[in-house]
Design a protein around this ligand. Structure first.
Ligand code: MTE
Length: 315
């Protein structure tokens, strides 16, 4: 992830017409109150052909300051997915090897109703389109129209017990197809974790698509986590297991380099990475840098989760 300074993507916004962007521009209708404005989307003709999931409702973040979506071409060719190599273009080249059917997610641990749920049943969940910033810890960012459902909808179904304090996530282990898993670069499978209240937060999404289309393999097909106020590495791809647990679970990058990557990994311009500043970022496609926003711009929604915590110590 973190050893090379990223090169600028030269893709121009007019080189692609992201379906989700067209979709959302047409359909953003402010009718919501505190957290979101919600607009209806059913019946958009391109979507039914393009995607296997239900037509999503567009959910617009309350801040209203989002920039234009990053061109889909950049978001699908400039990736971090170490199971397919460490280069930014490796996942686009190699992730076609990933088999996304059959696919099941085991949801277990401290729950009353553990379950194993197939991807086609997950695709029946009511879908939302959410345009989120993705801020990578390396200092680049994108704006992506995701399609998915709040993780809370899945967690509520399994009925977490009073012992559930954290949620642990795991990516598929398949070294034959995910040939990067034969390398030493991380301990496999990739794992991640959230506190239960972070996992239940309405911004936390299980994404099955982007730009109005089914999730490309390199972006974490068939289903990935998206936690927009945290550095991108928390948004684990190709999830096969979600466990509700009592104790803080291990996470891939914290296990690899604990001094550099903490459990929380909230986007925070005031807490530098030991080897570089986090005060600014470069939006993929831009030449100049912009200021990084506290909690990646989602402070109004999530700052209260961390009241009383020392964010320098719990980085
Ligand atoms: N999930 C898995 N399983 N493997 C990975 O290497 N990389 C993470 C995260 N999820 C990664 C992962 C990092 S470092 C980032 S920045 C985001 O995915 C990148 O998501 P994107 O390629 O869709 O932009």
């Amino acid at each position: 992830m973190l050893f090379k300074f990223p090169t600028a993507s030269m893709a121009r916004e007019d080189e692609v017409t992201p379906k989700g962007l067209v979709l959302s521009r047409r359909s953003l209708m402010a009718v919501g109150t505190a957290a979101f404005a919600v607009g209806g989307l059913s019946g958009w003709p391109g979507l039914a052909q393009a995607a296997a999931f239900q037509a999503p409702t567009t959910v617009k973040p309350a801040d209203g300051k989002l920039d234009a979506a990053t061109p889909m071409k950049s978001a699908t060719t400039y990736n971090n997915y170490y199971e397919f190599g460490t280069g930014k273009s490796d996942p686009a080249d190699g992730a076609s090897a990933l088999r996304t059917r059959p696919w099941e997610i085991v949801v277990d641990g401290e729950v009353a109703k553990p379950t194993t749920i197939g991807i086609d049943d997950l695709l029946k969940f009511p879908m939302e389109e959410r345009i989120y910033r993705l801020r990578c810890v390396e200092g680049w960012s994108m704006v992506i129209p995701w399609i998915g459902f709040p993780l809370a909808e899945l967690l509520k179904r399994v009925e977490p017990t009073g012992n559930a304090k954290y949620v642990a996530f795991q990516t598929l282990l398949d070294p034959e197809r995910m040939y990067g898993q034969k390398s030493w670069v991380l301990t496999w499978p990739y794992v991640e974790g959230l506190r239960l209240d972070e996992a239940m937060h309405p911004l936390t999404l299980m994404a099955v698509g982007m730009y109005g289309e089914t999730m490309p393999n390199q972006n974490g097909a068939p289903i990935r986590l998206v936690v927009p106020w945290k550095y991108g590495f928390k948004s684990i791809k190709s999830v096969v297991k979600i466990s509700l647990v009592k104790d803080q679970p291990p996470t891939a990058w914290n296990r690899s380099q604990p001094r550099e990557y903490g459990f929380y990994s909230n986007v925070n311009p005031e807490v530098d990475h030991p080897r570089w500043s986090q005060a600014t970022e470069r939006r993929v496609g831009d030449f100049s840098r912009r200021k990084t926003l506290m909690f990646n711009g989602y402070a109004d929604e999530v700052a209260s989760l961390y009241t009383g915590m020392d964010l320098k110590a719990s980085f």
